[in-house]
Design a protein around this ligand. Structure first.
Ligand code: FEO
Length: 396
């Protein structure tokens, strides 16, 4: 495959991973694959910005070879330690052993602890500049967006921001730019990426975006390290990040449940009917047959969450327990919730879900609804009213 010139003498030399279906272990399903984006800048000093995941090193090197001999690389910018971006570092360094690597102090420490390589590493801080000849790179530390070592690189002459993971998407396509793909599909992947990876870091992200906005630097292209490059309207994704980082929501409810013999499922169905009757959007997920990454994406802009489980061994069922544990780590803010479930004798699921929600900081807006064994007509009416009342609270 050929490199792609994204600006005059700046090339995408990354790799497309069509087949990856799980990312970060099994915390993220990548149904549309992903890309590892590396960029080569031809200037008096030839500079490679980030690399790719190790198994794709030869693809990157092949693309670089189509432009310039890798031996001529002077500088390598390491915006991030994580191996999907630094995994090919050792292989490329073998070809250009005299190249200087630039990154944060944490990046230096992290790269060492991953690869135990002897590197010519120069630590940079926010506002430090690196002259390449016609262009100058400026570094912006971005700790915890999303690792302590993370950094953005900016080129004033090109109005180009290279923010590594920020603004990325796990989205493998043969296209490289936002104006070449379906925009709904692209935003769906960008939202999924934010919800599942960046959501808990929202306060830091908001502060960093505001810090960059105060610099009033011109940006006409944002080239992240995964997925599509934003050139049509880069401000659009920045504004979406601002909204997600502020935990802005709409009147929408995500209902997640797990059922043992179908009684809790019947409750879920009636609750959803009540919500619909109130005129509020609802998405319903049986957690045992839903993709968690998709469900979390749907929660990002939903004001209300409803959780339900049958009781088993005086507790909630195990799949929803795992789901709530994952959600706890995402630290959603400004949400309303309620809980329901069926039980046979002692109960316990509803109470234990409430406990997790309290720890997570999610407000429980209505008294929980528990039904013994199978809901009868009256019980189903209660479920309907429960859903309707919760929806109406969202609209207030
Ligand atoms: Fe934090 Fe794409 O790695």
């Amino acid at each position: 495959m050929k490199p792609v010139e994204i600006k005059k003498d700046i090339f995408w030399v990354g790799a497309i991973d069509w087949n990856v279906r799980n990312f970060h272990g099994h915390t993220y399903t990548t149904q549309r694959g992903t890309t590892y984006n590396a960029y080569l800048i031809l200037d008096e000093k030839i500079t490679l910005v980030d690399t790719v995941y190790g198994p794709f090193a030869d693809e990157m090197i092949d693309k670089i070879n189509q432009i310039v001999s890798p031996q001529k690389i002077d500088y390598i910018i390491a915006n991030h330690v994580e191996i999907d971006h630094s995994g090919a570092l050792a292989k490329i360094l073998n070809l250009c052993p005299k190249a200087t690597i630039f990154g944060t102090q944490k990046c230096k420490e992290g790269l060492y602890r991953n690869f135990y390589l002897d590197m010519d590493f120069k630590v940079v801080k926010t506002a430090d500049k690196l002259n390449l000849g016609k262009r100058t790179l400026t570094f912006i530390e971005a700790p915890m967006i999303h690792w302590p070592d993370s950094m953005f690189t900016y080129c004033l002459q090109e109005k180009l921001l290279l923010p590594n993971d920020a603004f990325g998407q796990h989205y493998a396509t043969s296209k490289r730019f936002d104006d070449e793909v379906d925009s709904a599909e692209l935003m769906d992947e960008a939202k999924k990426y934010y919800a599942n990876i960046l959501w808990p870091l929202s306060t830091i992200i908001l502060k960093k975006i505001e810090e960059i906005q105060k610099l009033s630097i011109p940006i006409d292209m944002i080239a992240p390290s995964h997925g599509i490059i934003w050139r049509k309207d880069p401000l659009n994704i920045v504004n979406s990040y601002m909204s997600w980082a502020k935990n802005e929501t709409k009147p929408k409810i995500v209902l997640v449940y797990e059922t043992m013999w179908g009684a809790t499922a019947k409750m879920a169905q009636k609750i959803a009917e009540g919500i619909i009757q109130a005129g509020v959007e609802v998405k319903v997920f049986d957690v045992t047959c839903s993709d968690r990454t998709e469900t979390i994406k749907e929660m990002l802009d939903a004001k209300g969450f409803i959780f339900g489980s049958s009781t088993h061994d005086n507790d909630m069922l195990p799949t929803i327990a795992g789901f709530l544990e994952f959600l706890k780590g995402l630290k959603p803010k400004n949400r309303l919730s309620c809980v329901f479930g069926s039980y046979g004798w002692g109960g316990g699921a509803v109470k234990n879900i409430e406990e997790i929600l309290k720890i997570t900081g999610i407000e429980i807006t209505l008294p929980s609804l528990s039904i013994q064994y199978v809901p009868d007509k009256n019980d189903l009416e209660k479920c309907y009213e429960f859903g309707k009342n919760f929806a109406l609270k969202l609209l207030k």
